[in-house]
Structure formats: structure tokens, C-alpha cells
Write a new protein. Structure first.
Length: 402
């Protein structure tokens, strides 16, 4: 048995990273590994035990990403491998010294906004060239970027989705009728409102305004915080576009508190006619797969991981957008192109639901575990070596020897 430590959100957090932390915690024991999670988001105070014997270590009160005490956690857990599930570029490679590290990292930028000649962003290159770990791409797009950048040891492991939770509704029309959606065309957006640009809320809402002018039966459902310190004021945008009467925001308390679980989110996806995820760039884009698993086609941007994840839906064109931090390009989705995709979906989405579900199954959690994580872990772990004793274990043995 090997000990695998994950640096990410706590596995009970209803976020993309939290979702995949839970995937690791629940599935890796099936491969004979013990899992610990260093929750830089989701836990403060003292460690706790979670499902399958997973140990969750609390985040630091002094360092945003818990790097000040991460080496101690690595030793205490007697870890054989640390998987960072986050933007790798925020980390200090100097603090990763002495650890076996794999960065399961999102890559969402390219040298060309068309995606024809992708390259690794300056911030991602810095962490990898400093010897801060082995890259594991979340997408085929990201894997190609890493290989082209000269990181020939890069692995590819996509995110996994529990397709038994995210699945088509048994009585979709009945639920839509009870919710007052009978005869309505429902567009949904599920994204974290934590950035003023990347998730393209203004562009998608503007496209919906154009679409709604032609189809008064359309409703836009938004699963996000309406106002955040780092994001945009979604209510103000809706008012400016004069669509506030046809936009339904998710219950803000449930979103903020994390009390809306995956089964509820699956129902939300299930009543949609399409999910709109036309962002500037995605390292993976978990809602795109989750929605399709529920039988809902998607509208995405023809860029980064979104292209490979759009099995049943539309990829829209856009214009280059320079990300000065990455020193690379995103793609800003064109409002007219998004609106045109909504128009096509208005006519065709109902006939695409079975194909959406079928496509999503390639990202089923059990399939990802056996086809991708199992061989990847065999490369990342040296099972023949005895794991080193952690500093706390050494102290216990020394005390016992007295």
C-alpha cells in the first residue's frame, strides 16, 4: 500500500477541485492506496477522518496554499506521493523540495488563440522548470501543450464524473412542469464567479438577451454567486440587459454555504435544455461533462479543453484575448456566435440528449480510475521501496525505545 497525499480543496467542498478530491479519496483505496488531503480550502483547526479512512489535514492560517506546513504533513502522513490538484503556478517550487510531487494541473492558455500552436504559459513553465514536480494534464489539450513545451514525461488523466449521480432524470417533464418550466426553453450557466473575465458571464448573458428577444419563452438559470469580491455583479448585468425578469439565480444561501449537493445539482442540469459554458479557457471544465451525463447538450468555446469535451453540442468562435499573467492567449467567445448556437439548440437540443449521455460515459469515474489513474500511479509511485518514516513516526519509535 502506498500513501497518496492531495493538496487541494477538501473532498466535501462542492467545487470542481473538491469534487475530484472526493474522487481520489473514494477511488484510490480500490487500487490499494491510502489517501490524505491537505485542504488549503475547506478545513481549519485540527485534522479529521473522512470516508474510507481518508485523513483531512487543515489549511494554514499563515499561508494561502498551506505550503508553510506542507512538508510536515507529507512527513506525518508518511506520503509516497503528493498530488497537487490546483493551479500549479501559485506554488513555490522551493517548498516542494524532498517530496515526490505530481501536478494534476489545468492548462487553459495557448500561444495562438486559435489553438493551432499551443505553448505552455510563462507561469506554468516556471514551476515545472524549477523542478517542482511531474506534470499530469487534465485534458488532451493540456497534454499536447506540455509535450510541445519539452516535458516529455507528462501524463494525461482526465477528471472523472460519477455517472450514477449525474444521470438523466426519470421524470424530466414532470419535474419541469412542477417547477413552472413547461413550454420554456431553459439555458443554464454553472460557473464560479471569482474572476471578472474568464467565465464570460457578460458575453453569455448578452447573447441570451439577443436570444430572448426572439424567443420570449426562454429562461436563463445561473448557478453562481451573484456578487463576489473577485467577480462581477451578475444582477447588475442582468438589469443593464433588461433580462432580470427572465433570469433565475440559484439560492444564494445554498450556493454560499455549500449545502447544494451533487444530487441537487444533477436535477438542475437535468431540467436544462442546454448548458452554456462558453468561457475564455478551461483547464478541464467539469460542468460540461456533468451536464452531458444528465443528458443536457452544451454550448462551449472552440478553445482549450472545451473542444474535446463537447460531445453533444456547439463550440463557438471568438477573438484572441491576451492574458498578461500567463503571457499567453485565451479566446474571448463572440456574443453573436453564442446567440447563434442558442438558436441552433432551440431547434435541435431535444434530439441530442441521448448522444450527450453516451459521450459522457467515457469520463465515468470508474473508467477514469482503471484506464488512466491506475497506470499513471504505477509510474508515479515506486512500489518496491519502503516508504520513509515521517518525523512524527520517528519520534514515537524513539520514545518507545527508551
Amino acid at each position: 500500500m502506498s500513501n497518496v497525499l492531495v493538496l487541494s480543496n477538501a473532498p466535501y467542498c462542492h467545487s470542481g477541485y473538491g469534487n475530484q478530491s472526493a474522487f481520489i479519496a473514494r477511488k484510490f483505496p480500490d487500487l490499494g492506496h491510502k489517501v490524505g488531503v491537505v485542504a488549503y480550502h475547506g478545513l481549519q483547526g485540527t485534522p479529521l477522518n473522512w470516508e474510507n479512512g481518508t485523513v483531512i489535514y487543515p489549511g494554514s492560517t499563515e499561508d494561502t496554499y498551506t505550503q508553510d506546513i506542507l512538508p510536515g504533513y507529507y512527513q506525518h502522513f508518511q506520503a509516497d506521493l503528493l498530488i497537487t490538484l490546483m493551479d500549479a503556478w501559485v506554488l513555490d517550487p522551493g517548498r516542494l523540495a524532498g517530496m515526490n510531487v505530481a501536478h494534476w494541473m489545468p492548462i487553459d492558455a495557448a500561444a495562438s488563440a486559435t489553438g493551432i500552436s499551443p505553448h505552455l504559459s510563462a507561469m506554468d513553465r516556471r514551476i515545472l522548470e524549477a523542478g517542482g514536480g511531474r506534470p499530469v494534464a487534465m485534458s488532451q489539450f493540456g497534454h499536447k501543450v506540455l509535450l510541445d513545451a519539452g516535458f516529455g514525461s507528462a501524463l494525461y488523466v482526465p477528471h472523472g464524473v460519477d455517472t450514477q449521480v449525474f444521470r438523466p432524470l426519470e421524470d424530466r417533464e414532470g419535474l419541469r412542469e412542477r417547477l413552472g418550466l413547461k413550454g420554456k426553453f431553459v439555458v443554464g450557466i454553472n460557473a464560479a464567479n471569482q474572476d471578472p473575465v474568464r467565465k464570460a458571464f457578460p458575453e453569455q448573458m448578452a447573447a441570451f438577451a439577443q436570444f430572448h428577444a426572439r424567443h420570449p419563452d426562454a429562461i436563463l438559470g445561473i448557478h453562481a454567486r451573484t456578487q463576489t469580491r473577485m467577480g462581477v455583479d451578475l444582477q447588475r448585468i442582468a438589469a443593464d440587459l433588461n433580462i432580470q425578469d427572465c433570469v433565475v439565480f440559484a439560492d444564494q444561501f445554498l450556493v454560499a454555504s455549500g449545502l447544494m449537493g451533487d444530487p441537487d445539482l444533477a436535477k438542475w442540469y437535468g431540467v436544462l435544455d442546454i448548458l452554456s459554458n462558453a468561457s475564455y479557457g478551461e483547464g478541464f471544465g467539469l460542468p460540461v461533462v456533468e451536464a452531458q451525463a444528465c443528458g443536457t447538450p452544451v454550448v462551449t468555446t472552440a478553445f482549450s479543453a472545451m473542444i474535446e469535451l463537447t460531445g453533444s453540442g456547439w463550440c463557438v468562435a471568438g477573438d484572441p484575448y491576451w492574458n498578461r499573467g500567463h503571457q499567453a492567449w485565451w479566446l474571448r467567445p463572440a456574443v453573436a456566435a453564442i446567440a447563434a448556437a442558442y438558436e441552433s439548440a432551440y431547434e435541435e437540443a431535444a434530439s441530442m440528449r441521448e448522444d450527450a449521455r453516451e459521450f459522457s460515459l467515457r469520463y465515468d469515474a470508474d473508467r477514469v480510475l482503471t484506464e488512466f489513474w491506475k497506470p499513471a500511479l504505477q509510474e508515479l509511485l515506486d512500489e518496491d521501496d519502503e516508504p520513509p518514516l515521517g518525523v512524527f513516526a520517528k519520534d514515537v519509535l524513539a520514545e518507545a525505545a527508551k
